[in-house]
Design a protein around this ligand. Structure first.
Ligand code: FES
Length: 121
C-alpha cells in the first residue's frame, strides 16, 4: 500500500493504490483547506482550487494531470490559481483530482508565489 506523508503535519498514512488524495487526507484528519475554504469549498469538484498541495517527493507516483485539472488552474474567473501555480506547474496539484499510486510526500496549503521570480524575470 502506498504511503502518503503530509510534510507540514508530520503525519504518514497508508492508502490503497489509486486512492483519491483529498479523501485520504480528510480520513486522516489533515486540514487541506485554508480558512475560509475549510467551510466553503467545492467538495472535490476541482473548481475552487483550495485543495492545492505541493508534491515534494514521488511526483511519478501521482496520477497525471488531466485536462480538467490543468484548465482549472487557468480559469480566468479564479486568477489565484494561475499565480498559485507559477513556477510549480508540475508539482502543484489539486488533491481532489489526484490519485495516489505509490509513496508520495505532500505539503498542504502551500504559499502562493506572488513574486513569481520564474514568471517576471
Ligand atoms: S476541493 Fe475544490 S478544487 Fe479541490
Amino acid at each position: 500500500m502506498p504511503t502518503v506523508t503530509f510534510v507540514n503535519e508530520k503525519k504518514s498514512v497508508e492508502v490503497p493504490a489509486g486512492a483519491n488524495l483529498r479523501s485520504e487526507a480528510i480520513k486522516a484528519g489533515v486540514q487541506l483547506y485554508p480558512f475560509p475554504h475549510n467551510y466553503l469549498n467545492c467538495m472535490g469538484f476541482g473548481a475552487c482550487l483550495s485543495c492545492r498541495v505541493m508534491v515534494k517527493k514521488g511526483l511519478e507516483n501521482c496520477s497525471s494531470q488531466g485536462i480538467y485539472e490543468k484548465a482549472s488552474f487557468l480559469n480566468p474567473l479564479n486568477p489565484l490559481g494561475f499565480f498559485a501555480r507559477l513556477g510549480n506547474e508540475k508539482n502543484m496539484r489539486l488533491a481532489c483530482q489526484m490519485q495516489v499510486n505509490g509513496d508520495i510526500e505532500v505539503q498542504t496549503q502551500p504559499a502562493v508565489n506572488w513574486h513569481g521570480e520564474n514568471y517576471w524575470s
